[in-house]
Design a protein around this ligand. Structure first.
Ligand SMILES: [Zn+2]
Length: 296
């Protein structure tokens, strides 16, 4: 075979794989108006890679500028910015990362260098260990961190960031917008299914129901909840999720105490049936994680 033919074939194969990669990249959902100056760019199921773009992104437009919560998977920065520009000419000033995962921090690098990136101190430390934030890309790590609570802005533009304890990871922030009474939970509440318990990033299934209970008690005025991956919701559903987690942990602890294996605990689990509309796609992995925490 002539060299030029082989080269031509290689180029064709290269073009094909680029084309396929392009096709596989899901289109960003449209901006959804939640309240007057608050929008969400939605999420789809992480299981379906053809439509998944990363977690929910919250967009809060104020006189001083725009605050964005989470940045989805890598490569969506320009798309996110374009969607925001379609509804406001205010500059994006702040980006909050609720936690370390790449579907919430992946497009940090797509935001201008002037944007203040904010996260919990544990999350910054966890992000710094990710390949995505090594070397040159360390500039897209959080610039501002906090320990228990941080208030950004003032008056009607105030934003409160809270750390209530371990759960999905060891550094999850809940973001509260008091004027709008909107609470963005990040993946402390992602969906109506068992949580992903990221023990490698200091998460804890045993602590998660306690962490959620603290958040619910502290933020009673919230009337709208933005979960990590599902559409805007109501406080009653966050409370229901807290009860689900309490029951899941109690049931799993009882099974472990009775000497059951994690597989048997999963087989005997009744928690999903108690909560209409809940799935059990992630239940087995969650029970295994709780067993690991219990040293079983
Ligand atoms: Zn996550």
């Amino acid at each position: 075979m002539k060299r030029s033919v082989v080269l031509g074939m290689l180029v064709a194969v290269g073009a094909l794989s680029v084309g396929l990669a392009g096709q596989q990249r899901a289109t960003l959902p449209d901006l959804m108006k939640v309240k007057d100056n608050f929008y969400v760019i939605g999420s789809a199921s992480p299981v379906d890679r053809a439509t998944f773009t990363g977690g929910n992104v919250s967009v809060f437009v104020t006189d001083a500028g725009v605050t964005v919560v989470d940045s989805k998977l890598a490569g969506y920065g320009p798309d996110i910015i374009a969607k925001i520009k379609a509804v406001t000419n205010k500059p994006i000033t702040t980006l909050i990362n609720t936690h370390t995962h790449g579907d919430h921090t992946g497009s940090n690098e797509g935001f201008p260098a002037s944007v203040n990136i904010v996260a919990h101190e544990n999350t910054k430390a966890l992000m710094a260990k990710m390949d995505a934030f090594k070397g040159e890309k360390a500039q897209f790590l959080p610039k501002q961190t906090f320990k228990d609570k941080l208030t950004l802005g003032s008056g009607k533009d105030r934003i409160e960031l809270y750390y209530f304890g371990k759960g999905h990871t060891g550094g999850d922030t809940m973001v509260y917008f008091p004027t709008l009474r909107i609470l963005a939970t990040g993946d402390l509440w992602a969906w109506k299914d068992a949580p992903l318990l990221d023990l490698a990033n200091d998460g804890s299934g045993i602590e998660l129901p306690k962490t959620l209970a603290k958040a619910i008690a502290a933020l009673k005025d919230a009337d709208t909840i933005i979960p990590g991956h599902t559409p805007p919701s109501k406080p009653a559903e966050l409370q229901e999720y807290q009860r689900y987690m309490t029951d899941l942990v109690a049931e799993t602890e009882a099974a472990a105490k009775a000497g059951k294996s994690a597989a048997d605990a999963f087989a005997a689990s009744t928690v999903t049936a108690k909560y209409p509309g809940f799935k059990s796609d992630r239940l087995k992995a969650a029970i295994e994680a709780i067993y690991k925490e219990l040293g079983k």
